[in-house]
Design a binder for this molecule. Structure first.
Ligand SMILES: *Cc1c(COP(=O)(O)O)cnc(C)c1O
Length: 384
């Protein structure tokens, strides 16, 4: 092995020995690795599916299977609905501003995504100013019950910082208030209790190993009632952002306008793969094993530490690792990329000497182990 060590220390010239490389080099936090079996499955059904009407049984059956697959995956209680529409999580935020928030929200802001929803709501002319509770990046704040708040906005996993938070209804909250959770990078890989949540929404390009462009919202009876009440009020709601319209279509296994059929199929494939493997515990266990490996490796290394100090806040699905001054994390990411190991870069706006590694269930533990071996190799090459 010694003789194969690179002589050059230029990141892009570092050649990682092929026996160290992961079988699949996709570690992006979104869009994330799509399982090859799902792509093959799509190719197999393509002739009778892609390019057919989304209002006919061929597609509606797939949407129906997806809705019931999610109902079992999340063990949704009676009365909940799986609602879907076009536009991803970012569009769902706008739809929620029109159709789910009554007057005032409370946001926990602890990263780029949770902050974006909060600042977007702050500009909505017909809502009251939101309450925004922030914490330093690398941690999360907790919600505080307030009489004026009708919706608490939580984020199950802050993808930009690698922080996860427990989903608990704030003690003493008005019984008519809702808990809405951005679960875009958590849904399907972190356990949660539907009794603590009213609206659990996400897009499928992360844990669900599909492509972007759709949003899903698991809605409790209270959330459905809220949507219906606001829809019946005199608030103007743009038709494409109407949650009531989305509900009406979803229960018929349709969307209001044309969806990405490939995305729907790939999502279904992943949901059924998780369900047949044993459900949420199975997927969560895979992610936990991978992120445990990374955090343990970082702590044992002489040059890396988990970014999130409190172990209970460390994300099981997106591991963020800080590097000390002896090594430049961007150079590591560039060297990895030159060897086909992709998207380990830290989140730009955090501005830290950091790598961010997805541990979504579609990824293999063996590939995560290979990745840390590759990082060790690159660090040695960069620093000797
Ligand atoms: C990726 C992500 C988003 C944005 O999702 P889009 O589908 O691209 O709009 C929002 N919130 C979280 C927590 C995310 O991880």
């Amino acid at each position: 092995m010694q003789s194969s060590h690179p002589v050059s220390q230029e990141p892009l010239n570092i050649q990682i020995p092929s026996n160290l490389l992961p079988a699949d080099g996709r570690f992006a936090s979104g869009p994330s690795k799509v399982r090859p079996e799902a792509v093959a499955g799509l190719a197999e059904i393509a002739d009778g599916y892609l390019g057919t009407s989304h209002r006919k049984p061929g597609v509606k059956d797939i949407v129906g299977r997806l809705r019931s697959g999610m109902t079992s995956l999340f063990e949704l209680p009676d009365g909940w609905e799986v609602v879907l529409g076009n536009g991803g999580t970012t569009l769902f935020w706008d739809a929620a501003a029109f159709g789910l928030i009554e007057q005032q929200t409370q946001h926990l802001s602890f990263g780029e995504f949770s902050g974006k929803f909060a600042s977007g709501v702050a500009k909505v002319p017909f809502l009251n100013d939101p309450q925004i509770i922030s914490s330093d990046y690398g941690s999360h704040p907790n919600p505080v019950a307030e009489a004026s708040v009708d919706m608490y906005c939580l984020t199950h996993n802050e993808t930009t910082t690698g922080v996860t938070m427990p989903l608990v209804r704030p003690a003493g909250a008005d019984p008519d208030s809702l808990v809405a959770v951005d679960a875009t990078s958590a849904a399907g890989a972190i356990a949660w209790d539907p009794s603590q949540v009213d609206c659990y929404y996400f897009a499928p390009q992360k844990v669900l190993a599909s492509d972007g462009g759709l949003w899903f919202a698991l809605c409790s009876p209270a959330a459905l009632e809220r949507i219906e009440r606001i829809d019946a009020s005199d608030r103007w709601i743009p038709p494409g952002l109407s949650l009531q319209t989305a509900v009406n279509n979803s229960v018929k296994n349709q969307t209001y306008n044309t969806p990405a059929l490939a995305t729907i199929y790939l999502t279904l494939h992943q949901v059924e793969w998780i369900n047949s493997g044993g459900g949420l515990d199975f997927a969560a266990g895979r992610s936990q094993a991978m992120s445990d490996h990374i955090y343990t490796w970082a702590q044992a290394s002489g040059f890396a530490t988990p970014f999130v100090e409190d172990p209970s806040m460390r994300s099981p699905v997106v591991a963020t690792v800080d590097f000390d001054d002896s090594v430049n994390a961007d150079e590591i990411a560039n060297a990895l990329r030159a060897n086909g190991v992709l998207d380990t870069d830290g989140y730009r706006k955090l501005g830290r000497n950091q790598l961010r590694i997805a541990c979504f269930p579609a990824i293999e533990l063996a590939d995560i182990q290979a990745l840390t071996a590759c990082i060790d190799y690159v660090v040695e090459a960069l620093t000797t």
